[in-house]
Design a protein. Sequence first.
Lengths: 390, 324
Amino acid sequence: MRATCWMGKKHVSVEHVPDPKIINNRDAIIRVTATTICGSDLHLYNGYMPTMQKGDILGHEFMGEVVELGRGVTNLKVGDRVVVPFAIACGNCEQCELGMFSCCENGNPSGWMPEKLMGHPTCGAFGYSHLTGGFSGGQAEYVRVPYADFGPLKVPRHLPDEKVLFLSDIFPTGYMGAEFCEITPRKVIAVWGAGPVGQFAIASAKMLGAERVIAIDRYPYRLKMAIEKAGATDAINYEDQNVQEVLRDLTAGRGPDACIEAVGLEAHGHGVQYVHDAMKQKVKIQMDRPLAVREAIMACRSGGIIAILGVYAGFVDKFPLGALMNRGLTIKTGQCHVHRYMKPLLERIERGDIDPSFIVSHYMNLDDAPKGYDMFMHKQDEVMKIILRS
Amino acid sequence: MKSVSAFRSPAREDQHDRFATKLSAGLGWFSLALGTAQLAVPRTLSRLIGIEPSIAASTILRGLGIREIASGLGLLLEPRRPVPLWARVAGDVIDLGLLGIAASSHRTNRVRLAGAMASVAGVMALDVIAARGTQRHFEAANRPVIYSVTINRPVQEVYQAFRDFSRFPQFMDYLASVQELDRVRSRWVAKLPIGGTVEWDAEITDEMPNQRIAWQSVEGSRIKTRGSVIFSTAPSRNSTEVRVEMQLGFTGKAPSTLLAKFFAKPQIKGDLRRFKQLVETGEVLFSDATEFRRPHPAQPPEQVQRRPKIFEPRRPTAEKGARP
């Protein structure tokens, strides 16, 4: 089959590789009908995530049709149309029972690696380095899905791929950020990053009834989409405006009630702070550039909530712990517990509360994945979300 | 009846232990000084120990100097840990060997060389004293638990799963087989990384169903091991805490927790993780990369290498735990 492989820093190519096979009894093989490139794939593309190997198949947002089942899977049939959550979770361990699916204790056969780096193991994930288990990803014609009796969600035929595909990661991720904010009708929410996750965070915050949602980014076309499609009430372009001052003005000095950070370890910014972080990251003494988190902490109203959705890998420096502590802020964060949100969000899509297809900007053939990565990386042609089909 | 508690109260530091710690720090400073001298003035030093200065001798001395400084730093940073001290003992053996080789050459001053060997032997004696003292203290102060894990199933079920030794090779991949000879004795066959197998018999020395099972290798085994696994219900959960205590020994030496921690812990961590997977999910999960023992890209294998067996499968339900 054809599959998008990571061949090195800023180098992906579509290769011919063996077809996936059933390894575990709870596996399924899925023929991928639609997959996408995620913002977090760019961290791999740019070489910021450790433990990548040449030849790793990428992709953790995909859906398709069941073509083969292990003998332990009884709730799916060959031919079922399913969306697959990016997190590989068993459904049996204590974390899964608590609904903390992305902290599943069994889904990562390389669990000892995150345990060394982060203290405790985290779940497995498709196509996302060997730290998350070394599972082949879904930017391919076929993919093996472990714990297929627990993860995949059957979707009705009448909903097109682009409406349900994003249930695999970014829609639940953005929604979880909005849910973290404990939104009530009068609340003001600021969202750093108007990429795909940011758009869904904005749309979800509006859906949950926030009065005012402020989008922060540096690309005018993304801010335009935030306002026109996702429902943001205000937009700040940090290239032209001072984020802290504008947020102060918009909230008459209070600061936003909650801040959602949808940026991650490759944040951009200005001045000494940015140069300092970028240099440390370059020489590998710091894995992350937490500029947006710092900014959100400084901006948030006292007693407010910071929801961190952006991906971080290791240790950071110059973290405003003093502001966090003295002003009584709460941080809520985590890789999305996708399994928790797929069904309720599918119901919202079916009811017409939201149409996630608004973020799709390009359709491409799987063979053009390298071009897609390059385009997404350099934000060419007003790219927002690319759907790959084989 | 033996206690099922896995913890010991903090050990009291006695005079011997305090002496060992002081000695250990002293040896650390000694290592640093000697290492610096070996790096800075190898020619002077080689004359002092009766070896004619040469490029080869200087290179060896500089290499030893780097080792000496590393072991000195290890001792000064962790003066209460026995491992850096045992490493020093190993270093002393190497030094004596090198001096022995030098003694066979004609271009050496035998008297000075004998003096050097006597000094190394003297330091080695101090190293052994310090290592034994710190080890005694370390073992008294530390839990004998090698590793522990919580399994999200009731204790009866976990104990039942563990008690069937013949299933051990399913999650301990270095075992070829475990055969229960009778209710007490079992025969263990392990695969060696270099090929071939090693075999030993073990007997259960204590069994309290759903609480504790203890074993030891029988008299005359090549592998000397004794240990126990303790099962208890986790606080406020219907899950089971499993703790492995173990001691390991080689010919002529009493089994010790330190050796077990050093040699067996990495393996036991993986074994317990897989045992947990088996009991909780019914199988050991492999990814495309971990199906291979060596590094492999996350790509489907040409052929399935290891197809795991089902282990009392428990049907999960997709609804379970989902809290929208």
